[in-house]
Design a protein around this ligand. Sequence first.
Ligand code: SF4
Length: 424
Amino acid sequence: MSMDNQNMEQEPKQLERAAQEKIGAIEAEESRAYFSRELLIWYDRSKRDLPWRRHRDPYFIWVSEIMLQQTRVDTVIPYFNRFIERFPTIQDLAEAPQEDVVKMWEGLGYYSRARNLQAAAQQIVELHGGQMPSEREHVFALKGVGPYTAGAILSIAFNQPEPAVDGNVMRVLSRYFLIEDDIAKPKTRVAMEKMIPALIPEGRASDFNQALMELGALICTPKSPHCLICPVMEHCRGRIEGMERELPIKTKAKKPRPEQRLAVLLEGSGEREGRVLVRRRPKTGLLASMWELPHIAVGGEDLGLDVVQLEELLEDRGLTWSPMSPYMTAEHTFSHIHWTMRVLIAHEEPEALALLAAESGVPYETAVPEAIGMEEEAASGEAGAGVGENAEEWRWISREDMQSIAFPNLFLNILNRYFEGDQA
Ligand code: SF4
């Protein structure tokens, strides 16, 4: 075949390919426009009435977005209402004692978020006169504010076409556009962040980002997407390919490391009758500055040896007590550790207390020394260790004190059960 004939044969193929690409590009463009249009129509009709949606106050949006990270909307609503009632403005939050802020967060978990929120409020007061800034670089500079939160504040509160890509959004985009990249990888998130501005219709950034999140929360749910009532089902490539349940692709996070712990619920005697002994955690690390029952990390193979270790902790503080007996077992999973906490209960020995007070000349309330080291935990060098290391404060607390000091959920549940159940 001559060269001329070959060229004549290739030309139609090239033209056909170019035409196909053009059709593909037009279809992709139509599919994107359809997605944005239908999503907003659906959102305008079906959006939930949520407390932070009633005003476009950037402070409310910021607080709600921080609370909503890893927590369901239904759980967040009462927390949000209480928090805003107690700290109605950024200035109020900035000026509050940190203990009060953490107390208002009690039960939500991830307490460093509450502390960062307050630190950022102080930044806003200092640098921006107490008003949330609307400039990208200033929002990104706030403590605890990452790309998602910054995008949510800038788009929802200030209607700027910024992406706010969370798990819900990644799931919807993966399914609708048939994206098979691993959403656990940062580069997938970055790629999705780049897609969003082109999808946002002019002037609708606030609604568009909320609509995407809402679709992920209500319709395109993780296990059983409700494709039949989905406003964008017609062009959803994941659904068309029958892949809606396989997407998004996400590699599994490492399983939390199991840790056995042994705690004591020590009931006071004499003037401390009706109170139990608690201590405050160090200012940094896991559950920083929160209160807890005294506890230690144990091997879990020989309860007798474990109890001896726990007793040493109390002995070092000049305490004596009746024999310990099992009270309950509680579990808690942090992002990287799973605690199984066996709790023992014991009562202070009044005679020993009187003797101790007489010898030291110190009244019962202050007989417990100031600090204690837990070298066996510190030496392990693990993330969950160091509990009690440099503990600054120990206290005998009553049921009423539970209102003013903050406990992680695990200890909150144990103490509530103790005060409300056994002592009621
Ligand atoms: S059609 Fe199904 S898979 Fe696609 S976006 Fe809607 S709910 Fe999700």
